[in-house]
Write a protein that binds this ligand. Structure first.
Ligand SMILES: C[S@@+](CC[C@H](N)C(=O)[O-])C[C@H]1O[C@@H](n2cnc3c(N)ncnc32)[C@H](O)[C@@H]1O
Length: 219
């Protein structure tokens, strides 16, 4: 089974109960707070959240941005977000099914692209970051949140669709710099404290890495 199909099945099945987890809400709050601290958000910004799930981060940032395309491969996750969006009158969020690993780039360009806990499901992260760069307006920002490198105990052995056991921050920073992105920063957005599958208490930091496309880059 491909990574995309594994993720599609798993996240469609998890969607209805996704928002019941206080841990997921805490991670989203940490990531949204870190994004707002690192990037000068504006009410005229057009943003893309890639791998939005049920939109936990997008909903938190919606009041500070002009428009968010909230994109995900799993229709059931998008369905949960669509219901929340309508109930809360969040007209600035637009849900969209999208898989950039195998579909053409959307025609529009964005002032901000953010992604939280999704990159570890993407096989070729360097390619994905290149697509993010291409989707940015000159001067646009990218914000990446995911696990620091870990030993696989965060998800445990039986979870399908995990392509990376976290990431080395320095390598991701080097990849972004190699893509000609600027002003790269790396901070800790949140630290998950939970027991590993053996029952041992563990700490799993989640980074936020931000970078900016050169404002003089013609696209
Ligand atoms: C761990 S969840 C995180 C969801 C959300 N960002 C959050 O923090 O609650 C990962 C999300 O990435 C989505 N995903 C996995 N592979 C994807 C792909 N190739 N393209 C788009 N979304 C993908 C999954 O459907 C899932 O909603």
């Amino acid at each position: 089974m491909t990574a995309t199909l594994a993720n599609l099945d798993r996240f469609n099945a998890l969607a209805a109960d996704w928002d019941d987890s206080p841990l997921r809400a805490d991670i989203a709050h940490g990531v949204a707070t870190a994004i707002a601290a690192q990037i000068p958000l504006r009410a005229d910004m057009r943003a893309l959240e890639y791998g939005c799930g049920t939109g936990l981060v997008s909903v938190l940032l919606a009041g500070r941005l002009g428009h968010i395309v909230a994109a995900d491969v799993a229709p059931a996750m998008l369905g949960v977000l669509e219901r929340k969006r309508r109930a809360a009158g969040l007209d600035q969020i637009e849900t969209r099914r999208l898989d950039l690993t195998c579909e053409p780039l959307p025609a529009e360009r964005f002032d901000l692209i953010f992604t939280s806990m999704t990159l570890h499901h993407i096989d070729d992260v360097t390619q994905m970051l290149g697509l993010f760069r291409d989707l940015l307006q000159p001067g646009g920002w990218v914000a990446l949140a995911d696990l620091d490198r870990e030993d696989g105990s965060f998800h445990g052995p039986d979870v399908p669709g995990i392509m990376h056991q976290g990431f080395d921050r320095a390598k991701l920073v080097a990849t972004l710099t190699g893509l000609d992105l600027q002003a790269v920063t790396a901070t800790t957005a949140y630290t998950v404290e939970k027991c590993d599958p053996a029952g041992t208490p563990r700490r799993y930091p989640i980074f936020l890495i931000t970078a900016r496309r050169n404002p003089r880059d013609g696209g």
